[in-house]
Design a protein around this ligand. Structure first.
Ligand code: MN
Length: 754
């Protein structure tokens, strides 16, 4: 540990710190011995030696390093190791990993050296921890990618995550010496990922502490305020619990059960959360604490004992039937077991009573590891929950190709979900996130079952694939070989597993359609004797107005693009070569266009008689059809039209009243009159379409109705339409007469027809 004496250290931005090396050395040893003492009950064979070696290596590697607080760095790995033992219930492997967790990242020591000295298993955990170390920006893809890496290691060895959580917890506990911007980064990451993860792993105590620390650093005053109020209430809380338990105690004693009563206040974070979501002050949060009855019972009597105590409690107090939670018969997926009920106290207040055994309490507080420690005595069904979850995580990670951020969001969503318990036709229990559908269930059973899912029978009733599962449902999936996943399914599925399987399958289907489309295109091109090459394909893509060639192939393959139209493409190509020889002068074309356009617009009527006169729009207010307007007779530029709201209007109207003319917009419709045309010709395919095309598309005339008689091959039609004036009508007649097959077009007086 180097020579004793006084030394100077530079710590971060601070000034040099003077340190009493001897005192510090003693403190390090004191902490190390405390760790060993706590670990002692678990230690076997060589364990103590291993821990000693890890400690020695860590002390040596970090000897020149200090934390931001100025303390020797080794305090940190020692504390992380202590959290692993004391608060998570982990053993030697994790202690060694915790002691060494920052060594590869921060010092000269290489992973190979760790592997040589401590073996493959430890090296792998350290490697996992090194990969996910550091603070990453919230919401960045780098952070997401790191998180994903962390989950990958979860499926290899869950201890990586547990040591990481211990590391994070210690960093959160010692945030004070961090600069504010780093504090904010660390706490937001904690509330976003680590607290939910701790929750999902059943580490309730750690989860609550992480949440509390988040609040402490994000809203210090609020945190302190609630903390003080909880302390003030302690006396009355103790009295309340004593009064509440008094009548029950005797009855429980009579049963001979050993038990302990605890009145645990809710966490500061959850009180704050309640105040915020229900918008109430501290005083109105009624369930500030829960009464917990912890029984000391042999494993085989646990369930009976819990229900016996439940029966006693509800003999004295009326339970709320909606609030009974039986996680004794069916533990949560994270291993949580407890019997919860909410009863009405004599004071007229609802009180939550949690009944559980010591073993269950250990699991609830220490989670996963404690769970495993008791594993030998556990029933198969009880222990499968968390394992199944880890298995699922592994599944999702392995076949998943979402981008990392999408993945983290998806994963987080799943972290928060509570479960729904359902059964297979054979009675096997399946636990899915609540909100899961029949489709999720199908994919949970097997990918093939999911992909062919047609519907389901739930409790013998037929339901669609988007049926939302309820607790206790017994589900039989109906499949068909003809069934295939489609886009809608993504909306019906809740679990990441089902979603990613559906996406995979849609991609497969898309690939098939693209291949089909490519084949069809090649065939069609061969038929019209055009070479199949990338230039031609690209021209085709452009011709059909598709963004990419794959889109084009896909639509052809799916039949969304009519492949026979590829023939038209050849003509189109020819046309394009003649593009420099227009059929008619461009002026004529634009003439037609302007006529068409004008007919489409509203017209402006001017003067007392509301005539169509020449006018210009005033530039000061740019009127448009529909505006309230007036005309102003100018000296040199004829009539100018202003809006009545024009800034110049007051002056013009008040000072030059004699030069104002009335103006009014009139819509074409209002101004049009009904006419009837009779068209006679020889009938042919497409004649009808050509006629109506000229009327409505080319000349923009509104048709009211058409009556056609095509008996004996003669086309005899009557068309009712709206025209503006006779000039307009004559123009239309001339156009129609030129249509191939049309022999005669006459105007008929509407009144002549019935
Ligand atoms: Mn660390």
């Amino acid at each position: 540990m180097g020579a004793l004496g006084r030394r100077m250290y530079k710590v971060g931005q601070r000034d040099m710190v003077e340190v009493d090396v001897a005192a510090e050395r003693n403190e390090i040893l004191r902490r190390y011995r405390r760790l060993l003492r706590k670990a002692k009950p678990f230690l076997k064979d060589n364990d103590a030696k291993q821990i000693k070696a890890a400690f020695a290596l860590s002390v040596e590697a970090h000897k020149e390093m200090r934390r931001k607080s100025g303390e020797p760095y080794i305090y940190h790995p020692l504390s992380v190791a202590e959290i692993c033992v004391d608060e998570i219930g982990l053993g030697t492997t994790s202690i060694v990993a915790a002691l060494l967790h920052d060594v590869v990242e921060d010092t000269e020591i290489e992973l190979e050296q760790i592997e040589e000295q401590f073996g493959k298993k430890i090296a792998k955990i350290i490697d996992g921890l090194t990969k996910i170390s550091g603070v990453f920006d919230y919401g960045s893809s780098q952070q997401a990618e790191n998180f994903r890496k962390m989950l990958l290691t979860l499926s290899e060895d869950v201890r990586v995550i547990l040591v990481k959580l211990a590391d994070r917890l210690h960093n959160m506990r010692t945030l004070d010496s961090m600069p504010r911007h780093k504090q904010l980064k660390i706490i937001s990451e904690t509330i976003y990922l680590y607290a939910p993860l701790a929750h999902r792993l059943g580490l309730y105590a750690i989860k609550s502490e992480l949440e509390d620390l988040w609040l402490k650093y994000s809203e210090p005053e609020v945190y302190e305020d609630i903390q003080n109020k909880i302390a003030e209430n302690k006396g009355s809380r103790t009295r309340f619990i004593r009064n509440f338990m008094n009548p029950i105690m005797d009855e429980i004693y009579k049963t001979g059960l050993q038990f302990e009563v605890k009145g645990r206040p809710k966490s500061i974070y959850s009180i704050w959360n309640k105040m915020k979501t229900q918008d109430i002050p501290f005083e109105q949060v009624y369930d500030l604490f829960a009464v917990r009855i912890v029984l000391d019972t042999p494993l085989e009597q646990e369930k009976a004992a819990c229900w016996q105590v439940y029966s006693i409690v509800t003999d004295f107090y009326t339970p709320n039937p909606d609030r009974l939670r039986d996680w004794v018969s069916t533990p949560k997926a994270n291993g949580y077991e407890s019997l919860h009920t909410t009863v009405m106290s004599r004071k007229g207040r609802w009180v939550e009573v949690q009944i559980r055994t010591k073993r269950m309490n250990d699991i609830a507080e220490k989670g996963y590891a404690a769970h495993w420690k008791y594993k030998d005595g556990m029933q198969q069904a009880h222990e499968s929950g968390l394992e199944a979850w880890i298995h699922k995580v592994r599944d999702v990670l392995e076949q998943n190709d979402m981008n990392a951020i999408e993945f983290v969001d998806d994963f987080r969503a799943n972290l928060f979900q509570e479960e729904v318990f359902v059964f297979t036709p054979k009675g096997d229990l399946k636990i899915l996130p609540s909100g899961s559908t029949a489709l999720d269930f199908a994919f949970d059973i097997h990918t093939d079952v999911g992909a062919k899912c047609l519907g389901a029978k739930v409790n013998n009733k037929l339901v669609p694939i988007n049926y939302v599962l309820n607790n206790g449902d017994q589900i039989e999936i109906l499949t068909s070989n003809k069934q295939k996943p489609n886009e809608d399914w993504l909306r019906f599925a809740v679990t990441s597993k089902a979603k990613s399987k559906i996406k995979d399958s849609l991609k497969e289907v898309k690939k098939e359609s693209i291949a089909d489309g490519r084949e069809i295109v090649a065939r069609k091109l061969k038929q019209i004797k055009v070479d199949f090459n990338s230039d031609v394909v690209n021209q085709l893509r452009a011709y059909f107005e598709e963004k990419t060639v794959s889109d084009f192939y896909y639509k052809v393959g799916k039949g969304q693009i009519d492949a026979t139209k590829i023939k038209n493409f050849k003509e189109f190509k020819k046309e394009r070569q003649k593009i420099n020889q227009p059929k008619r002068p461009p002026t004529q074309f634009s003439d037609d266009l302007s006529k068409t356009k004008k007919l489409d617009q509203d017209i402006l009527l001017i003067g007392e008689d509301l005539d169509v006169l020449d006018y210009r729009f005033a530039k000061c207010c740019n009127p448009i059809p529909g505006d309230d307007v007036f005309g102003f007779v100018t000296v040199n530029e004829g009539i100018k039209i202003h809006r009545t709201s024009c800034p110049n209007a007051p002056e013009l109207l008040s000072r030059h009243g004699n030069r104002i003319v009335k103006s009014k917009w009139m819509s074409q419709q209002q101004n049009a009159f009904l006419a009837v045309l009779r068209i006679i010709g020889t009938d042919r395919v497409g004649l009808m379409r050509d006629v109506t095309d000229i009327i409505s598309n080319e000349l923009k005339v509104n048709m009211r109705s058409i009556v056609i008689d095509t008996e004996t091959g003669i086309f005899d039609g009557q068309i009712w339409l709206y025209v503006n004036n006779t000039k307009h009508l004559d123009q239309l007649i001339k156009k129609l007469e030129k249509v191939q097959g049309v022999m005669r077009v006459n105007r008929q007086d509407a009144s002549h027809l019935d």
